[in-house]
Design a protein around this ligand. Structure first.
Ligand code: ZN
Length: 454
């Protein structure tokens, strides 16, 4: 049996942390119990930071890891596609496999226990087969020529058989509206949904929206200049076009877990349309990739308002400087400070596990689950610029106590306005949780925060 305690323990059964929480694990990593340490100073392992379940990377293209550092930033989508086509076959298979293997090890060591990964070829299959990280592989197809739809589907069916010969969970998935004929969007979606899962790049950029809605803009021009067929101009968003293509091939509401990746241009109307057509929609945000290519961020307020579960992905090393879940969360925290850290962690752990259908084993620290355990160090406890309490230490609550037994308020920085009151909610009898009463005292990530798998 192993026991770890930390200043903040996020079980993610709720978004609030346990202060001075502990978790006990069986030797195989199964959670035995969690609770609040009666005496942090007596803990063999007490970590000055955050403990949380293993991360689920909801969007990656690990086979593109060999492209690290090769791309120019801020080119927009049309420029990005040109670069990817130039760089696709510039290294040997051995070099590519070594780099994707290193990337998977790196993700695993930082605490990623599961991943929704996009594959266009078989390069990653052998590594995934032997790797301790769980992956669901989305065999992504594209092809804008309508007459080639059947050939593309035959080819991805062969790739699926190959993936399954490695014991992988793998099925076809469509890439995006702008790289595919309408026929292929429908056929590959129907084939993928037989597995119960789809992952689809949707509304990634204004360029995509311009192309689909109005038939103009840099991506439209790029396709025309290269003699590539363009999708129909619908006058609606690319998300609504995708939903229409789904309806053409499968009964509505669509069964299965459907992940809409990026959604930088999501509107409230689009979210409502997705909820109407999809029984189990999910959103995947990859903020650092969006900044890298488009200098934009996903509309988190619209996403939260929609109620569609949000997941977090790293995307690939072709559009990111690193594959690092904490970097993605730090970026989101800085851009959207109104989102509590417990909610961000819920996106990065619990919602990703739910999308992958792995919520029975992963995503929360609960007895019987084997979700992995992550330690995040270099954590702050007062948001930057806060003028209030510098630290609040909440002691343990005796069994049956109706309130927290002690509240210690640390020093107040010079010039800060004094703390007028610290309110701590009552603790129900038998409850093991103590919650923060003041948002200003919640922990937050810093630019130096790092995660490690325990
Ligand atoms: Zn992607």
């Amino acid at each position: 049996m192993k026991r770890f305690a930390a200043k903040y323990l996020y079980t993610l059964t709720t978004p609030e942390p346990l202060l001075n929480g502990f978790v006990e694990l069986d030797d195989d990593g199964t959670v035995l119990r969690t609770g609040v340490s009666p005496d942090p100073s007596a803990e063999a392992v007490f970590l000055d930071g955050i403990l949380c379940p293993g991360f689920v990377n909801a969007h990656c293209h690990v086979e593109l890891s060999y492209m690290k550092g090769l791309f120019r930033k801020g080119t927009g989508m049309a420029g990005f596609i040109d670069q990817i086509n130039e760089l696709r076959d510039t290294q040997s298979l051995e070099q590519k496999v070594q780099k994707l293997s290193d990337a998977m090890d790196d993700l695993w060591n930082q605490g990623v226990v599961a991943m929704a990964d996009i594959s266009n070829c078989a390069d990653s299959f052998a590594i995934k087969q032997r790797h301790p990280m769980y992956t669901r592989t989305f065999l992504e197809v594209f092809g804008a020529v309508p007459e080639e739809c059947d050939a593309v589907m035959e080819s991805v069916t062969r790739l699926q058989a190959e993936a399954r010969s490695f014991g992988l969970d793998a099925a076809p998935t469509p890439h995006s509206c702008y790289t595919m004929s309408p026929e292929l969007v429908t056929a590959s979606s129907a084939a993928g949904l037989k597995s119960g899962f789809l992952s689809f790049h949707s509304e990634e950029s204004d360029e995509e929206e311009e192309m689909m809605r109005y038939g103009r803009g840099p991506m439209w021009d790029n396709r025309k200049a290269n003699g590539i067929p363009t999708p129909p101009v619908t006058g609606t968003s690319s998300l609504e076009y995708f939903l229409d293509r789904l309806k053409a091939g499968v009964p509505v509401p669509v069964e299965g877990n459907v992940l809409l990746v990026h959604e930088c241009c999501l509107s409230a109307e689009g979210a409502a349309a997705a909820k109407k057509v999809l029984k189990h929609p999910y959103l995947a945000v990859c903020p650092l990739s969006n900044l890298f290519i488009h200098k934009m961020l996903p509309p988190i307020p619209v996403m939260r308002e929609s109620g569609i579960p949000i997941c977090v992905g790293t995307d690939s090393l072709s559009s990111n400087d690193a594959l690092c879940m904490v970097d993605e969360l730090y970026c989101l925290q800085q851009a959207f400070p109104e989102v509590p850290l417990g909610e961000l962690l819920t996106w990065a752990c619990r919602n990703g596990a739910a999308f992958l259908g792995k919520e029975a084993a992963l995503g929360t620290l609960e007895p019987g689950k084997k979700p992995g355990l992550v330690y995040i160090s270099e954590v702050g406890s007062v948001p930057a610029g806060a003028s209030a309490v510098s630290s609040v230490e909440v002691g343990s609550a005796p069994a049956g106590a109706s309130a927290v037994s002690s509240v210690e308020v640390g020093s107040v920085p010079a010039g800060a306005s004094a703390v007028s009151s610290v309110e701590v909610g009552s603790v129900p009898a038998g409850a093991s949780a103590i919650f923060f009463a003041e948002a200003g005292t919640a922990p937050h990530l810093t630019k130096d925060s790092k995660s490690v798998r325990l």
